[in-house]
Design a protein around this ligand. Structure first.
Ligand code: SF4
Length: 91
């Protein structure tokens, strides 16, 4: 279990609320309900970062649905990576 998940507002809720069948039609209200829970969650930021880092394609994470995360991924430059030369101890 990731440390931040222990403080999640959704910890004791039904996980199915955060993984609706669809984000359209009748499931839309379920998505909005899940997002409202995220809105009062103290670990919203690490949750969203985790979802982006691990490319979570389904569900509501950090107050976002999959389409919103795709947009964020496209708008956010990749994190700075350590040059391969440094990983091998080269100069
Ligand atoms: S931000 Fe939402 S999905 Fe993430 S831990 Fe909090 S309540 Fe759960």
């Amino acid at each position: 279990m990731l440390d931040w998940t222990r403080r999640a507002a959704c910890l004791d809720l039904d996980p199915e609320l955060f993984f609706p069948i669809s984000v359209e039609g009748p499931s839309r209200s379920q998505v909005e309900q899940a997002k409202r829970v995220c809105g009062r969650c103290p670990v919203r930021r690490p949750c969203l970062e985790y979802a982006l880092d691990t490319r979570q394609a389904y569900g509501v994470w950090g107050g976002t649905d999959p389409a919103q995360r795709r947009e964020l991924s496209l708008a956010t430059p990749p994190r700075e990576t350590v040059p391969a030369r440094s990983l091998r101890g080269g100069r």
